[in-house]
Design a protein around this ligand. Structure first.
Ligand code: PHE
Length: 457
């Protein structure tokens, strides 16, 4: 086998992980799931989840990756034995499922970004009778969506085919700083909007009664969102850590990555909720997958400077999506390279091609978006995280603590605290979240999806 690639720099690894974490999950998904979860109530549960479950869980993936220096399937076999290849297999499937719809949604952002070059957002809206919903309806499916899904997948495949240093590391060094700068700029601008205050209030003042009454929906939604946004539960962080050439302080890197990701999701809330409320949208959960497109287009059509801002906003999200998509494809590609001995570019092209085809139905009808998205973050990611916690917490705790200590030094009782956290409390939370998530998803299948089939087939 050829020598396995490594990151050129520590910053390269961190930026790649941040680039993976920061994406549609932060900017497209976070506002509407927060809206669906009632704003601040959801935010609080989500933040707790990230800190108490996300942090220990990202360390789990890091140690597995760095210890084995292999793709997730190979890594799990090496640590757990042959039967674990099935769990690894599920990770690969999860990569397929997520990237397939992810690319379609990212394609919408490219489309909206390019609209900005054709003229102002208000002139585009006028073409749809002033209806942002109608515009989204038109662009989100059909030929348009199909075309931009194709463009986005081609870009993703291109970067992954170039490899770790020449492709991914180089790309994220440009993309990640750009995303941060652009979002900060937009948050400052959103602050100046007339109804910004109402947006902040909705977003930032939790009602504890709401949390207590709705925990059965809030918990799985927060769990799904936390794993999705941190790229956990399907081996991205295993794969990225497998390219670590030297032993760094993984706890420090993990903290930086989670801090960045959470900061950016939070910042996105500071951008979008003032904009929503200023555009008269007071039920931010309503628009679902279209929420961001519909309300942002309305807002960009309305405010001064909206033309440029819109262009910047949609472009930023497209970049963020690309730096995440490459990590999803890298997992699948690394698997084919390591386990099947296929050349990198062939692996990226072949796997990317299949994922591309899987995404095509989404461009036909958005019910397929819910079908794939709901399955991935309600069920697959939580399941994946649960399996990793069992492996590291119960089967290989000693190896894991030793690995974590490399680059940090003797952890003493902290290492044990980490193992016990994942062994019992986190395990229980994951089992509860997974059960609730499965129930939700079965509801979706038997109600919404069955209804769609009745109507359409
Ligand atoms: N974390 C990415 C985002 O928030 C999505 C993602 C999920 C990427 C899982 C890789 C793995 O957009």
């Amino acid at each position: 086998m050829a020598q396995r690639e490594t990151w050129a720099t520590r910053t390269g690894f961190i930026l790649a992980a941040v680039g993976s974490a920061v994406g549609l999950g932060n900017i497209w998904r976070f506002p509407f799931v927060t809206g669906e979860g009632g704003g601040a109530a959801f935010l609080l549960v989500y933040l707790l989840f990230v800190a108490l479950v996300g942090f220990p869980a990202i360390l789990v993936e890091f140690v597995v990756g760095r210890k084995t220096k292999r793709n997730p399937v190979g890594a799990l076999i090496e640590l757990g034995g042959d039967a674990w290849k099935y769990v690894g297999g599920i990770f690969i499937v999860t990569g397929f499922v997520i990237l397939s719809f992810y690319s379609v949604v990212a394609g919408w952002f490219i489309r909206y970004f390019l609209e900005g070059f054709r003229g102002s957002y208000s002139s585009h809206l006028a073409e749809y009778g002033g209806e942002a919903g109608a515009m989204f309806g038109e662009l989100s499916t059909g030929l348009d969506a199909f075309f931009f899904h194709t463009v986005f997948m081609a870009l993703t495949i291109g970067i992954v085919a170039l490899g770790i240093r020449q492709g991914i590391e180089l790309a994220v060094k440009v993309m990640v700083p750009a995303i941060v700068l652009l979002l900060v700029g937009m948050a400052i601008w959103a602050f100046t909007l007339p109804d910004a205050g109402a947006g902040y209030e909705y977003y930032l003042s939790p009602e504890f009664g709401v949390i207590a009454d709705n925990w059965q929906e809030l918990l799985p939604a927060a769990a799904g969102q936390a794993f999705f946004t941190l790229s956990l539960g399907m081996g991205v962080m295993i794969t990225y850590a497998s390219y670590l050439g030297e032993d760094r302080n993984l706890a420090k890197d993990g903290t930086a990555i989670i801090g960045f990701d959470t900061g950016i999701a939070f910042l996105t809330g500071l951008v979008v909720f003032p904009i929503f409320f200023s555009a008269g949208i007071t039920e931010p959960g309503e628009g679902g997958a279209g929420a961001i497109f519909i309300s942002m287009t309305e807002a960009f059509a309305d405010v001064t400077g909206g033309h440029i801002l819109g262009l910047v906003f949609f472009g930023t999200v497209a970049i963020a999506a690309l730096s995440s998509a490459i990590s999803l494809l890298e997992v699948v590609t690394a698997y084919v390279i390591d386990e099947k001995g296929v050349e990198r570019w062939k692996a990226a092209l072949g796997m990317g091609g299949v994922i591309y085809l899987l995404g095509v139905p989404v461009t036909y009808d958005l019910i397929f978006l819910d079908l794939l998205d709901g399955f991935a973050d309600g069920v697959l990611l939580v399941f994946g995280a649960l399996m990793l916690v069992i492996l590291v917490g119960w089967i290989t705790p000693k190896i894991a603590v030793q690995e974590l200590e490399k680059g940090i030094g003797d952890l003493g009782s902290l290492g044990q605290a980490w193992i016990w956290a994942i062994r019992v409390p986190i395990l229980v939370v994951l089992i509860v979240s997974l059960s609730l998530g499965v129930i939700d998803y079965v509801d979706f299948l038997t109600e919404d999806f069955a209804g769609w089939i009745d109507e359409n087939l």
